[in-house]
Design a protein around this ligand. Sequence first.
Ligand SMILES: NC(=O)c1ccc[n+]([C@@H]2O[C@H](COP(=O)([O-])OP(=O)(O)OC[C@H]3O[C@@H](n4cnc5c(N)ncnc54)[C@H](OP(=O)(O)O)[C@@H]3O)[C@@H](O)[C@H]2O)c1
Length: 282
Amino acid sequence: MKLSDTLTLNNSVSIPRLGFGVFRLTDPQEGEQALESALECGYRLFDTAAVYGNEELVGQVLNRSGIPRKELFVTTKVWIDELGVKETKAACRKSLDRLSMDYIDLYLIHWPLFEGAAGAWEAMEELYAEGLVRAIGVSNFNVDQLDRLAHKATITPAVNQVEFHPHLVQKELQEECHRRGILLEAWSPFIRGKIFSDPVLQKMAREQGTGIGPLVLRWILQKDIIAIPKSATPKRIEENFTALDIALSDAQMAAIDELHRGEHLGPSPENFTEFFKGIGLL
Ligand SMILES: NC(=O)c1ccc[n+]([C@@H]2O[C@H](COP(=O)([O-])OP(=O)(O)OC[C@H]3O[C@@H](n4cnc5c(N)ncnc54)[C@H](OP(=O)(O)O)[C@@H]3O)[C@@H](O)[C@H]2O)c1
């Protein structure tokens, strides 16, 4: 089963199916090496955020890569301390400055902090109209939070980026997003490394003659969900990209679905304010 390299957002913009996440890639040398390896393998979608502290690094490596800007797809996110009409417009301009780019491909509200989210969405619609962002979306929104946003919004989010992996198969959210024309994007597809010790996946990967990384990514891609794995290791970056070339049967897809445990890695859309207060981020 051959998958297309891209999916189409609800405003007709193309988005690569498989991207590269850069959370915690802040060491310049490590970050540069990882980003360059990713570009060389063929990754074109890069997922950063204001709060990751590496937009400058991402911009530097992408801008000097020689790859035309229109072939790259850059996502960044507004953090919870910059939600609001004025605040979010200013935050976007700061991200553009740090990236040294004229536009962002996909701009997301990082977490659904509702005191500011309605104002932030208004700002994002204006940024979209001004052409500073090619698509706008959200991250970590549950169905109720999508409903609340829909009451204020003129534009439907193009993407909802959420935690999604074999131990957290968000089936209802996926169906609901699909119904509304919102693409789901899976963050922490490897549960930040924890997935590699899952015995069912170890056995399946051995039988398939592939690694657990490509296996899990392929399971996500075959659901028409975008995946943004992170790795600082060139060999793993290359291995993960082979997810585009393998294929899983319906039985394998169902067997991975069954690993669902409803486990969130850390904060969830329901408890993130307490979580971030606890670690001093709110
Ligand atoms: N919107 C949000 O709220 C949100 C939250 C979290 C993450 N994200 C995004 O999602 C991206 C991915 O999530 P994540 O960074 O949390 O974690 P992840 O992609 O689930 O896992 C990364 C970990 O897996 C390891 N790894 C990667 N490929 C491997 C392979 N083939 N074999 C063995 N180990 C492998 C990496 O190790 P090495 O690096 O040492 O190779 C790293 O420790 C982030 O970078 C970020 O862009 C978004």
